[in-house]
Design a protein around this ligand. Structure first.
Ligand code: NAX
Length: 327
């Protein structure tokens, strides 16, 4: 039997945490043969609620759940962590400007980056879910100089999964028939869900839907799905966000299927003309715990405009957090 690995989760008493922790503990993320130790971080006032979640986790009697640690100190929660899912963040409140939001989250992700740098496993894989996810990942990364920048990623997998599901619905085909679509850029309304390389049952997706629907409806439906969920449910996406986080980490750790790619927010190496260093959604394949950008895909003028617009937004966010001294 394998040795347990340490999985840190922040915001563990929140909505996403309530779905995510049970999926991790049941083996959905790292495999049905991989024991885990959960190391849960919350703010002090939420520790009581977190204790209730821990009681339920214990009541599941998950065979793979080796231990649970809770703390309000990132130096404790991140100690020797092999995986870190940074879910807790400061939500945007009415009247908040982008600068205020980035500043408030800097107060969370700077110390968390420093703590990961100080105490996490040298191979820790970090996924930032808390919004604004891409720039929060950048802040944590820039405050962890002893770790490889590539160890910091942001979640665009929920957008990727939403894009698959919308296309499946439109074409009347099962989700499993859809391959190789990409979410480029920011997890925000500027994201670009790109069908130019996508296939449905092995045939080009764009031969099966009309171009107008794709450009005028599909892209914005995917990008605005989060708002539609809030409108319907009165709360933001939680179980689907948790499921996407599981997918992201599982594929990163255990690999993507041969001939298929997924979308991950990762530090740009300049591929596809995206400014180096931005945490940007790219098509990637994963093998042996490493991801690699899918190279050489053709980029149409339409795609170029969309890819540059979302890069521009991320550049502005980076300028803003530089001004605040966070990176
Ligand atoms: P909740 O408000 O239910 O939970 C957040 C939890 O984080 C709370 O329990 C809070 O006490 C905790 N927290 C706050 N600051 C903390 C800190 N410094 N250290 C540790 N814990 C802290 O939000 P939830 O619905 O779970 O969403 C969490 C985050 O995910 C939000 O920022 C949300 O915007 C973001 N999302 C990101 C998505 C993505 O695709 N990247 C999609 C879903 C979701 O909207």
């Amino acid at each position: 039997t394998k040795q347990p690995v340490r999985v840190a989760v922040t915001g563990a008493a929140g909505q996403i945490g309530y779905s995510l922790l049970f999926r991790i503990a049941s083996g959905d993320m790292l495999g049905k043969d991989q024991p885990v130790i959960l190391q849960l971080l919350e703010i002090t006032p939420a520790l009581k609620a977190l204790n209730g979640v821990v009681m339920e986790l214990r009541d599941c009697a998950f065979p793979l759940l080796a231990d649970i640690v809770t703390s309000d100190d990132p130096m404790v929660a991140f100690k020797d962590a092999d995986y870190a899912l940074l879910v807790g963040a400061m939500p945007r409140k009415a009247g908040m400007e982008r600068g205020d939001l980035l500043g408030a989250n800097g107060g969370i992700f700077k110390p968390q980056g420093e703590a990961l740098n100080a105490v996490a496993s040298r191979d820790v894989k970090v996924l930032v879910v808390g919004n604004p996810a891409n720039t929060n990942a950048l802040i944590a990364q820039q405050n962890a100089p002893d770790l490889d920048p590539k160890q910091f990623t942001a979640m665009v997998r929920l957008d990727h999964n939403r894009a698959i599901s919308q296309l499946a619905e439109k074409t009347g085909k099962p989700v499993s028939s859809i391959k190789n679509l990409t979410i480029w850029g920011n997890h925000s309304s500027t994201q670009y869900p790109d069908l130019s390389q996508a296939t449905v049952d092995g045939q080009p997706a764009l031969d099966q839907v009309d171009r107008d629907w794709y450009e005028q409806q599909y892209i914005s439906t995917v990008a605005k799905r989060g708002a539609a969920i809030i409108e319907a449910r009165g709360l933001s996406s939680a179980a689907s966000a948790a499921s996407a986080a599981i997918d992201h980490m599982r594929d990163w750790a255990l690999g993507t299927p041969e001939g298929e790619w997924v979308s991950m927010g990762i530090p740009s190496d300049g591929s596809y003309g995206i400014p180096e260093g931005l945490i940007y959604g790219f098509p990637v394949t994963c093998k042996d715990g490493q991801y690699e950008i899918v190279q050489g895909l053709p980029v149409s003028n339409f795609s170029r405009g969309k890819m540059d617009a979302t890069a521009q937004e991320l550049t502005e966010e980076r300028d803003e957090v530089r001004k605040l001294g966070l990176v």
